[in-house]
Design a protein around this ligand. Structure first.
Ligand SMILES: *[C@@H]1O[C@H](CO)[C@@H](O)[C@H](O)[C@H]1NC(C)=O
Ligand SMILES: *[C@@H]1O[C@H](CO)[C@@H](O)[C@H](O)[C@H]1NC(C)=O
Ligand SMILES: *[C@@H]1O[C@H](CO)[C@@H](O)[C@H](O)[C@H]1NC(C)=O
Ligand SMILES: *[C@@H]1O[C@H](CO)[C@@H](O)[C@H](O)[C@H]1NC(C)=O
Ligand SMILES: *[C@@H]1O[C@H](CO)[C@@H](O)[C@H](O)[C@H]1NC(C)=O
Length: 251
């Protein structure tokens, strides 16, 4: 009799399915709220394992931004995206460039490589430019960073350098680390200076005020003679760098 046979097997099937699904659940997730068994994400560990990031790791240590990223990853659900320049990328910078940066500039340079949100490769196609980095301001002459994509290719432009995202080193839905072969130099430090503001008619010059520290006088600009940057040199030609006029090499 077919009908009684079906009646008998149906609950048995359910039982088997229930049994197998509870078994697999307990195997893959010991408890629902426990953190992953590997412990909190450690950006230092990830970069050490990937090798070729010793300069970036040194900057992370110096600026303590490595610890900050780990804390942020643990405390926010936005996630983090890091553009990680290789040691070769740092080697391509003008010799002594990193050492010429102040502590604050080093912090800003590293922050410029950190986006305070998780971006998968496909999400690059829909980000709106300029993308906000941890360095903050994205207006021209500060820290704008633009992403352009074409299929799988992802390009970054800072207004000073162009870079291509070479490789995904790490991704877990919360942290994404991408290899870049160019150090992302922000406009604020390495680009042309912002055009001088329209002069104010009423000139109250030479007032010996204790706090009269003209921001235009020392805006921390650094000359960035990137070896491959022919266009860059042309861009920077003759701009005022700190107190001195530096005429960039190569014409
Ligand atoms: C992250 O990893 C580095 C090196 O692997 C280690 O020195 C550091 O203590 C770790 N940090 C945390 C918060 O576990
Ligand atoms: C991660 O956050 C939890 C609570 O949000 C805290 O108890 C824990 O100490 C944090 N771990 C690290 C490594 O910061
Ligand atoms: C990315 O840059 C490369 C060379 O720098 C260029 O050939 C390519 O067209 C760029 N792609 C996009 C999507 O901007
Ligand atoms: C970045 O994109 C914005 C908006 O499209 C544009 O106005 C700006 O000029 C771009 N900046 C750079 C450095 O490419
Ligand atoms: C970056 O790319 C843009 C457009 O692709 C180009 O106009 C600009 O000169 C490039 N900048 C540098 C520094 O190579």
């Amino acid at each position: 009799m077919t009908s009684s046979f079906q009646f008998f097997t149906f609950p048995l099937c359910i039982l088997l399915i229930l049994h197998s699904s509870t078994t697999s659940t307990t195997l893959s997730q010991p408890t629902a709220t426990a953190p992953p068994p590997t412990g909190p994400t450690n950006i230092t560990k990830i970069l050490e394992k990937a090798s070729q990031y010793t300069v970036l790791l040194r900057l992370f240590r110096m600026t303590q931004l490595g610890d900050q990223i780990n804390t942020q990853l643990n405390n926010s659900d936005q996630g983090i995206t890091l553009f990680a320049p290789t040691d070769n990328a740092f080697s391509a910078l003008k010799p002594g460039l990193l050492n010429s940066l102040s502590d604050q500039q080093k912090v800003e340079l590293v922050q410029f490589h950190v986006v305070p949100m998780f971006l998968s490769t496909s999400q690059f196609q829909t980000v709106s430019n300029p993308l906000r980095t941890q360095a903050g301001d994205t207006t021209p002459y500060t820290f704008p960073l633009n992403i352009t994509t074409n299929g799988n290719q992802v390009n970054i432009s800072t207004g000073v350098v162009n870079a291509t995202v070479a490789n995904s080193i790490y991704t877990d839905g919360s942290l994404a680390v991408y290899q870049v072969d160019t150090v992302l130099l922000p406009m604020r430090m390495f680009g042309p200076p912002a055009p001088a503001p329209v002069p104010v008619p009423a000139k109250k010059s030479k007032k010996t005020n204790a706090g009269d520290d003209s921001p235009a006088a020392d805006d921390g600009r650094v000359s960035a003679d990137v070896s491959s940057g022919v266009g860059l040199n042309q861009n920077l030609l003759g701009f005022i760098v700190g107190p001195a006029v530096i005429v960039m090499s190569c014409l």
